[in-house]
Write a protein that binds this ligand. Structure first.
Ligand code: 0X9
Ligand code: ZN
Length: 741
């Protein structure tokens, strides 16, 4: 599994004859690897996904020492100093200031004085919406400033959110992103209806630079550009406490250093630093703060509690749901890919961070966003990236602002898929009341077509879980629904884009035609002629799990078996029995004959270095298409280390009347060579309406006898009430005639 492809890909020199500090990406497959690396460099720039890789700043000597280890690594930034020097030369030229009302200010990074001037300019532009405040004073005596943006007068009881940045001095991308949040909120306070609506009911408190001394220090001299901590004189010749290890929730736990020289030095005590003390006092003085984003760079992550432990937080589902919506907003705005998850399991353990204190001690919903990039430039990002980075994060911030400041956060428990015709559909959701709001009713609202809305009160299942059922609908009925938590300061609704865009689906019948649970699998091929894999070939059995492979199959007990790549031994390493050297194919026999509407469903597990990048391996899922050619209908590429279902419609791919067969190609081709896959419970399902909804007698056609049924129910209720409005009448006749014949 240790291939050298990744090393070559990002330009590694195996015999470095370098005289500059560089940033290396190191693949860390075990705790031992982590220890080896930590003994070499204390300055971790970024961490890949848990179990993957991490970036470190290394001196030429450290880089040579790295070459003597058996770690797999590559160079991401060959010469950090020259990047810093180039940045400094650029910034020494007179800046393009731009007026308040344009984006020119974001054409390059700005020092603290320019940031404060900009905050003042924003207030001058909209004194009716913006005002300045001071959080407190840094250890060197600088004011930590912020800007309050709201349409409500100071002192109004309303939910507040905090957007803060630059706890770490060198993370200039986060500073500019935070500034852009303030800028957009002020400048589009009236023109953007979403912003106007949010400002009408909330206070947004933006603190772009928490670590003011550190920030000023990084601007003072190119030699200081990569300073991270605050400027505490530790009294032993070293400087600086890591502010994001100094907050007082689980302070002193994992992932924080007791060594004053370390980049993650936690300080002498919880809240030993004036900067974190000031932030604590600020949060404590404002019980109306309901949520927070702490901006950092880099890695493109939307992170939530916990950071001090890998245990899930009580609101893990709320964090995941809102975080995913934030990440989707980023991509939908044309932005890059941001990975979502708790700090502890996505990144690394880090105690004493703000995200844990804000959630753990203040009970407000808290995120840490790591903005661009993913390591090509790291902290020394080209200025052309500032606006794209800021814009994508503004899209996420709008989602965050909307979803965390309503009466409740609503999270559907089972991702709703289709509505099965002829049977009620239970909808369950977590409805978590907001800190500063209250919920008076929770309802499921539904309607057929554009008919009137119906309301069903949801019943409590305990633990903020509520459920209600949609009634049974005839096949083909188009149903819209949403969940509404009625309350203050404003109702919450799911889907979160509001009542204008409810969840929509068409009631469909489902018939499972074939089901394979791999307790037996007649006719399946585990590896086929032409496969190139040299190890980890598909097999069937009860898998021995690792961090990269399932431990249990998916089928309910007594099922134990599934299809998976390479059986390992108990206690074996993650990469010991994975796919190596090429592709291995799991191929089905014919599962049935294609009809008008069919779906292939299966459950899968997949890992390829758990997100380490670069990662080039993918698992194509193919079916026999026209002319009997294997056709890719899905490509599984992101790691999925828990069973997950995939449903793939086959219409338009498999010709009607042809056999349906599927195959899964697990392959180790590119970089990121730890590849494991498993598949279970493959089903061929007939979906859609076998008969038109108005074919009351199931004769196969809507005709005179169906019209007679409708007329016999005219004015009353019955199965001829096609639009489910309670009465059989004109609209139902129209629907019937529309499917005549
Ligand atoms: O380690 C950190 O503080 C953050 N990463 S960074 O590279 N910007 O330094 C991650 C913060 C995660 N959140 C907490 N630990 N609270
Ligand atoms: Zn940071």
């Amino acid at each position: 599994m240790r291939d050298m492809a990744a090393v070559l890909l990002c330009g590694c020199l195996s015999t470095p004859a370098v005289c500059a500090d560089s940033v290396v990406r190191v693949w860390l497959d075990s705790v031992r690897d982590v220890r080896t690396m930590e003994s070499l460099s204390d300055d971790m720039w970024s961490h890949g996904i848990h179990g993957g890789s991490a970036d470190y700043l290394v001196t030429p000597e450290q880089r040579e020492a790295l070459g003597r280890t058996n770690l797999k690594w590559c160079v991401f930034i060959e010469d950090v100093e020259s990047l810093v020097r180039a940045e400094h030369d650029r910034l020494s030229r007179p800046p393009e200031e731009g007026g308040v009302a344009d984006d020119a200010w974001f054409s390059d990074f700005k020092n603290l004085a320019a940031i404060e001037a900009r905050l003042e300019a924003l207030v001058a532009l909209r004194p009716d919406r913006a005002s300045l405040f001071t959080v407190g004073t840094s250890i060197e005596g600088r004011a930590i400033r912020g800007i309050r943006i709201s349409a409500l007068p100071v002192g109004t009881a309303a939910p507040a959110v905090v957007l803060n940045g630059t706890q770490h001095a060198r993370e200039w991308g986060a500073t500019m992103t935070c500034m852009y949040m303030a800028d957009r909120l002020v400048e589009t306070a009236d023109s953007d209806p979403v912003v106007a609506q949010i400002l009408a009911r909330t206070e947004v408190l933006v603190i772009p630079v928490v670590n003011v001394d550190g920030y000023v220090f990084t601007w003072a001299d190119t030699a200081n550009r990569l300073w991270r901590k605050n400027r505490r004189d530790n009294g032993d010749g070293t400087f600086g406490v890591d502010p994001n290890r100094n907050w007082g929730f689980q302070w002193g736990g994992a992932g924080a250093s007791t060594n004053p020289a370390s980049e993650t030095y936690r300080g002498t005590d919880a809240f030993s630093e004036p900067e974190t003390q000031a932030m604590r006092t600020f949060f404590e003085a404002r019980p109306n703060i309901v949520s927070n984003i702490d901006f950092h760079s880099y890695s493109q992550l939307v992170l939530s509690p916990w950071a001090y432990t890998t245990d899930a937080s009580e609101d893990g589902d709320v964090f995941q749901s809102i975080g995913s919506d934030m990440s989707s907003a980023i991509t939908q705005s044309g932005g890059l890919n941001y990975i979502v998850g708790p700090v502890g399991t996505t990144l690394y353990l880090a105690s004493g961070g703000s995200v844990d204190w804000v959630y753990g001690s203040r009970a407000a919903l808290a995120w840490t966003t790591e903005v661009r990039d993913t390591g090509n430039y790291g902290f020394v990002m080209p200025p052309s990236e500032i606006l794209p980075c800021a814009r994508e994060n503004f899209a996420a911030t709008l989602v965050f602002l909307d979803r965390t400041t309503r009466a409740a956060a609503i999270v559907p428990q089972v991702a709703p898929t289709t509505i099965v015709a002829g049977t009620p559909t239970t909808i369950t959701a977590k409805i978590r009341p907001s800190l500063s709001g209250s919920v008076s009713a929770r309802v499921l609202r539904w309607r057929v077509g554009s008919g009137a809305w119906n309301t069903v009160v949801m019943s409590s299942l305990g633990n903020n879980l509520f459920s209600a059922a949609l009634p049974a609908f005839p096949c083909g009925t188009s149903v819209s629904w949403h969940i509404l938590a009625v309350g203050t300061p404003v109702d919450a609704v799911w889907p979160s884009n509001g009542m204008e865009q409810p969840f929509q689906s068409v009631a469909a019948s489902e018939v499972v035609l074939t089901s394979v649970d791999f307790e037996s699998a007649p006719g399946w091929a585990f590896g086929i002629a032409g496969d190139t894999a040299t190890g980890g070939v598909w097999t069937r059995g009860d898998p021995v799990g690792t961090s990269a492979q399932a431990e249990d199959d998916h089928s309910p007990a007594p099922g134990t078996q599934c299809a998976f790549t390479g059986q390992g031994v108990v206690g074996g390493g993650a990469g010991a029995a994975d796919v190596d050297g090429g592709a291995t194919t799991l191929q089905s026999p014919s599962l049935g004959t294609m009809t008008a509407a069919m779906e292939l469903r299966f459950w899968y597990w997949y890992s390829n270095n758990l997100g380490a990048s670069p990662n080039q391996d993918e698992m194509p899922v193919q079916v026999l298409g026209s002319g009997g050619v294997w056709t890719t209908i899905a490509t599984i590429s992101s790691s999925q280390t828990a069973w997950r279902e995939m449903r793939l419609p086959l219409s338009g791919v498999v010709p009607i009347g042809s056999p349906v067969a599927v195959r899964f190609l697990a392959q180790d081709l590119g970089a990121g060579s730890l590849v494991e896959a498993a598949v279970d419970d493959v089903q061929l399902v007939g979906v859609g309406c076998l008969f038109a909804p108005a074919d009351f007698d199931n004769s196969g056609a809507v005709d005179g006898s169906d019209l007679a049924v409708l007329l016999s129910q005219w004015g009353s209720s019955g199965n001829a009430d096609l639009n489910s409005d309670g009465t059989v009448g004109g609209p139902d006749l129209t629907l019937l005639l529309a499917s005549w014949g």
